[in-house]
Design a protein around this ligand. Sequence first.
Ligand SMILES: *Cc1c(COP(=O)(O)O)cnc(C)c1O
Length: 482
Amino acid sequence: MDTIEFRKRGKEMVDYIADYLEQIEKRQVYPDVEPGYLRPLIPDSAPEDPESFEDILQDVERVIMPGVTHWHSPRFFAYFPTASSFPALLADMLSGGIGCMGFSWASSPACTELETVMLDWLGKMINLPPQFLSGKDGEGGGVIQSTASEATLVALLAARTKAIHRVQSENSELTQGDILSRLVAYTSDQAHFSVEKAGLIAGVRIKEVPTDDKFAVRGSALRRVLDQDKAAGLIPFFFCATLGTTTCCSFDRLLELGPICNAENMWMHIDAAYAGSSFICPEFRYLLNGVEFADSFNFNPHKWLLVNFDCSTMWVKKRTDLTCAFKIDPVYLKHDHQESGLITDYRHWQIPLGRRFRSLKMWFVFRMYGVKGLQEYIRKHIKLAHEFKNLVLQDDRFEVCADVVLGLVCFRLKGTNELNEALLKSINEARKIHLVPCRLRGKFVLRFSICSRTVESAHVQFAWKHIVQLASELLKAQRQQQ
Ligand SMILES: *Cc1c(COP(=O)(O)O)cnc(C)c1O
């Protein structure tokens, strides 16, 4: 493909995407395919001779689309949202066009500098304490990681290094191995599984702290396990708090937990993957109170802030906590400007070397929506969640299972887990909307998550009517069996 054809095909591709998104509601939100559906639809090996763009685009409809779950359909209410907006799509295209690697300042100065400034912009939008911002010469700062899972791992690894150094400086006879075997990290029993996975990768044990009746970790609960573990000779070094748990969007009590972590020399990391975007609204910023006690904070603009995947923003109070843990400087990556205030080499802040120019997506989205436009977007989703919650509350066959704070409603039919499993199955088999479940204290619960950029009240009303109809049929069949 030469530039003449690229100009033509590029415009066609934009049209294809615009058509896809404009008419997405006509497609069935969840595909009908069985595992292994795709292999027979394409050849066994790559073509020897070049093929045409038309043929490929036709195969997108024939091969790909039948197996796509349409995450941006306004009938998609599963998981949490994944962000999509036109400014971000265009910026992503530009990022691909520039195609630079931003692992050091010198490897592409604009890539590093825009990212640093965008993380400051976003930090100010959520009113992060200034220690987390980079400014011109701050000790803190932000970085884009690919995912919240990676941010948690990076925080855990940095905290591990810091803890080993600290304990060794106090007890020089202890080896790294001795210390590692005694380190212990903590998180909520509602935390995302990525925290446990980070523990597996880092080779440190992770303990779950039990949550209260609001599914939140309280200071007293952490205090109890810390006292027990310290008495047993263990070294607590890390706590991962969750703001907006994946199961039911509950919030750990930072204001109780933070002072304990600080007093115990424990690194506090905050995972606000989904909820973080809501903190741009002053009325939801209180949910972040206590962040001042944290060492690192992370959320995913790629979930709820209209910046397409991947864009997981992470801030630290002390950039040296990361750079000391991950810095290895081979000669071929050395450059004249050393890391300091203005100069950042983001390769020391992350696990991979390579990194894309992802901050362009933030820059385009923030400028084209404005803070006000983004706030409006968040508020609309939260309003729709409350609309759904009120519909559930009006039908006394159903119950709401957790406080509705943001865009997620956890609900179920009053009755057995089997009944609710059957309800979810009939919802997802009908393919008109898509939901996923969770378990709360042994109860099988349906999650209704406001996801799509284009979802409106009419879609929420339609979804509820549909759910009620399926539930009524199920209850009727159950009565007839008895
Ligand atoms: C979605 C989610 C994650 C995982 O996000 P990735 O960016 O896909 O790793 C982690 N924690 C919470 C609370 C989440 O909701």
